[in-house]
Write a protein that binds this ligand. Structure first.
Ligand SMILES: [Zn+2]
Length: 207
């Protein structure tokens, strides 16, 4: 497979908007950021185009960024996920909290966040250990309720483990069984250890 890149041209010493007509002509999309600034992006570019735009940006005093396309967010990962994981009941379980939600209330989360995969080669290497070679890889996607998705944001650490475990169909029933066993065990211990202590205490009070 030929490697393609997502190219981003941002403000540098000069403002990227000065070149908007030229970038529009080259089929770049203008993307507005939350802080009101804009940058221009084009997906699926060849290595030749990448090198050309890199030289152009350096010459014009703009900031240039190239990310292998497979690590950037695709437009179709949500529909692809639902096509691969159809649900008979129409509900999906959040991998992070275990709650079941209807399809329109569930989001598809990238377990290794797209932002980290784009920015840090070390994260890509770590993801490759799990057999993940792209942000939109099915192995890197899980269902999440809106609340958990907002809480997770671009966090890693324990959230990665939670995501991988929570998306396994056996995880939540097993967790429930283990919780019941644990509760019974604690009750049994309580009866065995604390009951004689409590009885002794009551006896001493009665005397
Ligand atoms: Zn949740």
């Amino acid at each position: 497979m030929v490697q393609t890149y997502t190219l981003r041209i941002k403000n540098g010493t000069r403002h990227v908007k000065q070149y908007r007509i030229w970038l529009w002509w080259k089929k770049y999309t203008c993307i507005k950021r939350a802080n009101g600034r804009v940058y221009y992006e084009k997906k699926e570019c060849s290595r030749r185009e990448k090198n050309h735009m890199q030289r152009f940006s350096r010459r014009k005093g703009l900031t240039f960024e190239a990310v292998p396309t497979q690590y950037t967010r695709s437009n179709s990962y949500r529909s692809q996920f639902f096509a691969c994981h159809p649900s008979a009941t129409g509900k999906y379980r959040c991998a992070y909290c275990g709650k079941k939600k209807p399809k329109d209330k569930i989001t598809i989360d990238h377990i290794f966040p797209v932002h980290c995969m784009e920015k840090y080669p070390a994260v890509r290497k770590r993801a490759a250990l799990f057999g993940i070679h792209g942000s939109n890889d099915m192995k890197n996607l899980c269902t999440a309720c809106m609340r958990c998705n907002q809480k997770k944001e671009a966090k890693m650490g324990i959230w990665i483990l939670k995501g991988f475990l929570g998306k396994q169909p056996w995880y939540w029933p097993l967790r429930r069984i283990l919780t019941v066993i644990l509760v019974f065990f604690v009750l049994y211990l309580g009866r065995k250890i604390y009951m004689p202590v409590v009885c002794n205490w009551i006896n001493t009070l009665q005397k």
